[in-house]
Design a binder for this molecule. Structure first.
Ligand code: IPD
Ligand code: CA
Ligand code: CA
Length: 273
């Protein structure tokens, strides 16, 4: 039986140290792979091994404190061992978001853990495993990074907007995304493709970019980062009144949102394969 009744902040307090432990494991596995490189392991194998091992660590740690909760994880599916059907809490986990950066040693990869209560994300932590930076949010309690409250960008002019985005792994979807970004690029300050949707959302929350959009994201890519962005005061939607989802996630400060929405709509950013 799920022990429901924890507040958003209590759920967050469960997730934060687990994300830290997971980040330490990801870093350890990467360091060991580099040491072993050419003898027994390869860095490519280690990416897959680390994704699974880190998610296993998170799921074991969550099960130890919240045995009745459900979990949706990228690598292990929905299994949290004894998840009960009446559980109202579901953890949404991306063990390493930014896997390609992890592979190359670019310091933009993160552990993302969110808690959903009755279908709504209410707590989230994104922990950059390479830099140790941590972003958190609990519903109604703001978004934070290392003790500083986040309020997003104050930019109001689309032409001066720095937009983060990302591309899917599917070639046909990428081709469409390439056409969209080609149409957007002349109308904004610039584009950033940093390689971790979770960290992109945190960057938007922090105002390090003004806005973010991406097509094809899964729940684990955006659950924690999305709450962090919303709690920083940003709007997070799909196109044409639809909720954010696999078709499109658009995150922007209220003054920018309609402008970016209309351009993305004109470019059919939610369309294609
Ligand atoms: C990916 C990253 C990337 C985004 C992709 C995601 P992964 O997640 O978030 O920035 O563009 O859509 O799939 O594979 O590194 O966990
Ligand atoms: Ca991901
Ligand atoms: Ca991942």
């Amino acid at each position: 039986m799920a022990r429901v009744g924890l507040s958003e902040q209590e759920l967050l307090r469960i997730a934060v140290p687990i994300a830290a432990e997971a980040a330490a494991m990801a870093q350890r596995m990467r360091a060991e792979a580099i040491t072993d490189f050419g003898t027994k392991s390869t860095i490519t194998d280690v990416v897959t091994a680390a994704d699974t091992a880190v998610e296993r660590l998170i799921s074991d740690a969550l099960r130890a404190v919240r045995p009745g909760d459900a979990m949706l994880g990228e690598e292990l599916g929905t299994d949290l061992g004894t998840a009960s059907s009446d559980s109202q809490v579901r953890w949404i986990v991306d063990p390493i978001d930014g896997t390609v950066n992890y592979l190359y040693g670019i310091e933009q990869y993160a552990i993302s853990i969110a808690a959903e209560l009755d279908g709504e994300v209410v707590a989230g932590v994104v922990h950059n495993a390479a830099t140790g930076r941590v972003w958190t949010a609990a519903r109604g309690h703001g978004a934070w990074r290392d003790g500083r409250r986040l309020t997003g960008s104050t930019q109001t002019d689309l032409a001066q907007t720095l937009v983060a985005t990302g591309f899917a792994y599917i070639a046909a979807r990428r081709a469409h995304q390439g056409r969209v970004v080609a149409g957007l690029l002349p109308r904004v300050r610039d584009i950033r493709r940093m390689g971790s949707a979770a960290l992109d959302l945190c960057a938007a929350a922090e105002g390090q970019v003004d806005a973010f959009y991406e097509k094809g994201l899964n729940a684990w890519d955006m659950a924690a980062g999305g709450l962090i962005a919303r709690e920083a005061g940003l709007l997070m939607t799909g196109l044409h009144g639809r909720p954010p989802g696999h078709d499109l996630v658009l995150v922007a400060p209220p003054a920018l949102h309609p402008q970016l929405h209309d351009v993305l709509s004109e470019l059919d950013a939610a369309g294609g394969p």
